[in-house]
Write a protein that binds this ligand. Structure first.
Ligand code: ATP
Length: 512
């Protein structure tokens, strides 16, 4: 099945089973805004708990906060967002569609890469076992031509972006003969800057009201509270502040479901360090965050680092952790060495001294910062995409199964009486009443046992317990594993202990 079709199926699956709904659906939806349903919210909460505990529980020098979405507007002036949080946009006059100029050019660079890979694949087929790929890449005239074109384009693009040269971005689009995917024409407008922040008014009178912004990142709430936390928590550098919260961006092109939304959630941690130590800490946090992702067990081949070509105005090193989605490797998390840009700016704009006094060296300095910033929704999407499988079974049957890591699964255990009589529902309910204090259980007595297993497979429930007539006699049940479909007979009294180890977030934290 084409990856595009797989993705469509995942989106439909999310809606059908109550993971994610389009927002305001009965009014035909609202662009790039989504709601999490009854299962989605459970899984999202599990992702947030996994992140929060890995930061705050596992590090005694990291604490959390929860700052407001509304903040003083000068914060966004100081941070550079009012002047520089822009995307370059371009319209096609025929289709009236709007695009990000940088994305059009990046897609063109990817096309050269595809051409190169196609040439190599063709040659591999032609030469069979005797194929020397490295030599072919170094000598094939076709490959070398594509590489030269890609590199030249890449260089030109990088220069234009770094200089924020909008005319040059348009010229690249013209020179590369990039067409609008809808109209197929090259009838482009000029490239303009578009600020991504939403704004609103605070205050009741027209005169007395103040323009304020919905935060486009949670990080600034941490920076402006840095001194409060450092002082009241008696924190010593190096230390970190973690926060989970909503962020808002008026994205020009919002597509790919919950990958790019206008309202989304971030999990950010700012780690305050001594100037000069930033590159060591940057390397350390890169590894720590990659280990966090990989502990979920999807395999190292699903992840890669992508170092930034164009550094944000505040950064001196930056990388993304990318995840292999059905539409290619895409950013899920950013790790940035933000220097002391933000704290210095807030010192300047607020006029307050927010330096750190180092009791060991007796010096005062403005700390440098390493930031790790991950989108909850993108993480959610990556977990779903990697877990979704339409599996062919023996005998020609198929099942749709979500191989969710058990600690992230919305429901951990389904409790199923084999039949709706003979005291089996009562025993099943008593098991549920015991286990519901430990993890999310679901009771289901409707339809055949096979159908009930399929329903649980489709929502990623890692274990099902079936209560049968033997259960009444010897107080045992069958425990079915979602992935292997194997069943074992276990004592009801042992269930909690067996499952706790497998489904708790603690189990994955211990593997870090
Ligand atoms: P992109 O290049 O995809 O626009 P970004 O580099 O602007 O993302 P950051 O500012 O580094 O993103 O934000 C940190 C994280 O927040 C991202 O890695 C992503 O997971 C998440 N994020 C950013 N924008 C969105 C969005 N519009 N919808 C959902 N998640 C987002």
């Amino acid at each position: 099945m084409a990856q595009e079709d797989v993705f469509k199926k995942i989106v439909a699956h999310c809606k059908e089973y109550g993971f994610v709904f389009p927002s305001s659906e009965i009014y035909d939806g609202l662009g790039a805004v989504y709601d999490y349903g009854q299962l989605g919210v459970e899984m999202k909460n599990n992702i947030k708990t996994y992140w929060w505990q890995s930061m705050v529980l596992l590090h005694d020098n990291i604490v959390g906060i929860d700052s407001s979405i509304f903040m003083h507007p000068t914060i966004w002036k100081a941070s550079g967002h009012v002047d520089a949080f822009n995307d370059p946009l371009i319209d096609n006059r025929d289709s009236k569609k709007r695009y990000r100029a940088d994305v059009l050019i990046e897609d063109q660079i990817a096309k050269y890469d595809e051409k190169i890979e196609k040439e190599v694949a063709k040659a591999r087929k032609r030469f069979g076992d005797s194929f020397d790929e490295a030599k072919y890449r170094a000598t094939s005239a076709n490959v070398l031509e594509h590489v030269a074109k890609r590199d030249a384009l890449h260089e030109r693009y990088k220069k234009a972006m770094n200089a924020t040269d909008l005319d040059e971005l348009k010229q690249i689009i013209i020179d590369e003969e990039i067409v609008c995917p809808i109209s197929g024409t090259r009838n482009w407008t000029d490239v303009r800057q578009f600020n991504l922040m939403f704004s609103t008014e605070m205050g009741s009178t027209a005169d007395g009201s103040m323009k304020i912004y919905l935060r486009p990142e949670t990080a600034q709430g941490i920076f402006v509270n840095y001194l409060n936390v450092q002082k009241t928590g008696r924190m010593k550098i190096p230390f970190g502040i973690a926060q989970i919260g909503k962020a808002f961006r008026n994205e020009i092109v919002a597509r790919q479901f919950i990958f790019r939304m206008r309202e989304f959630e971030q999990m950010e941690m700012q780690f305050f360090i001594k100037p000069g130590t930033e590159l060591d800490w940057f390397a350390k946090w890169k590894q720590t965050r990659m280990a966090w992702h990989q502990a979920l067990g999807f395999g190292a081949d699903h992840y890669r680092f992508h170092d930034h070509e164009k550094l944000a105005h505040y950064a001196n090193a930056a990388t993304d952790i990318e995840f292999l989605m059905p539409f290619g490797f895409k950013e899920v998390e950013g790790i940035h060495s933000r220097t002391n840009f933000d704290l210095s700016q807030h010192e300047k704009y607020s006029g307050k001294n927010i330096k750190y006094f180092d009791p060991e060296t007796n010096e005062s300095y403005t700390p440098f910062v390493i930031e790790t910033s991950i989108g909850v929704d993108r993480m959610f999407l990556s977990v779903l995409c990697a877990s979704y499988e339409e599996q062919a079974l023996e005998g020609g049957d198929t099942r749709t199964v979500l191989h969710l890591p058990a600690p992230l699964a919305p429901v951990k255990l389904a409790i199923l009486p084999l039949v709706k009589k003979d005291g089996l529902p009562e025993l099943a309910h008593s098991i549920q009443n015991e286990l519901k204090f430990h993890f999310n259980c679901q009771y289901d007595e409707k339809d055949s046992i096979g159908k009930r297993y399929r329903r649980q497979d489709a929502i990623g429930t890692p274990y099902c317990v079936t209560v049968d007539h033997q259960s009444l006699e010897d107080k045992t049940v069958t425990l079915r594993n979602r992935d292997t479909m194997e069943q074992q007979r276990v004592a009801i009294a042992d269930l909690c202990g067996i499952l706790q180890d497998k489904v708790s977030i603690t189990s994955v934290l211990k593997g870090l």
